[in-house]
Ligand binder design. Sequence first.
Ligand code: SAM
Length: 183
Amino acid sequence: MKKLVIEHVKAPLHRYTFSVRPVREWVEKRCEGRVLNLFAGRTRLAVAEVRNDLDTGMPADYHLDALSLLRSWQDGLFQTVLLDPPYAYRKSMELYKGIICSPFRQLKDEVPKVLEPGGVVITFGYHSVAMGKSRGFEPERIAVFCHGGAIHDTIATVERYNLQRSVTNGVTFSNQEYEYLSS
Ligand SMILES: C[S@@+](CC[C@H](N)C(=O)[O-])C[C@H]1O[C@@H](n2cnc3c(N)ncnc32)[C@H](O)[C@@H]1O
């Protein structure tokens, strides 16, 4: 049985998530191979990343709506896709110049088309399931970033694209064994 690792990491909250060192180091460690960073923001990662952000003020290779980029992408597959969108409509308005995320369900449906089988999707947000089993993904790791005080946590999931396993042997979330790590 595969273990689901749960980590608890203390880190200050910042609107540019990866500008905070423990978060950046955590995500760099989890990235594998060629990385598509779809909501790249301002923090360059020490990984082989292709960067996209709709905001033209951000350092990126592409300034496209994330969904449009996925739908038009023709330049090879990735081993990792990083999703760190604005977590809510209000956040887009308050923190990201009113730039709103593409419809997230549609976006998730497109992700497997640019991901190599066996690759990972790393998603930041308020939820612990992002891609899900129905799209052929298995959760491997969940990190809870604790920002202290009354500030809500940020949750990051690492899910592996394992189409064959999901079709032939759907192991359910609740059957997984858990390992809990705390910083
Ligand atoms: C939570 S921040 C990501 C921060 C980045 N991970 C970092 O640490 O710097 C969300 C980013 O998504 C961008 N964004 C919002 N809507 C977008 C869209 N539809 N397509 C692409 N980028 C978008 C925003 O401009 C913002 O930089």
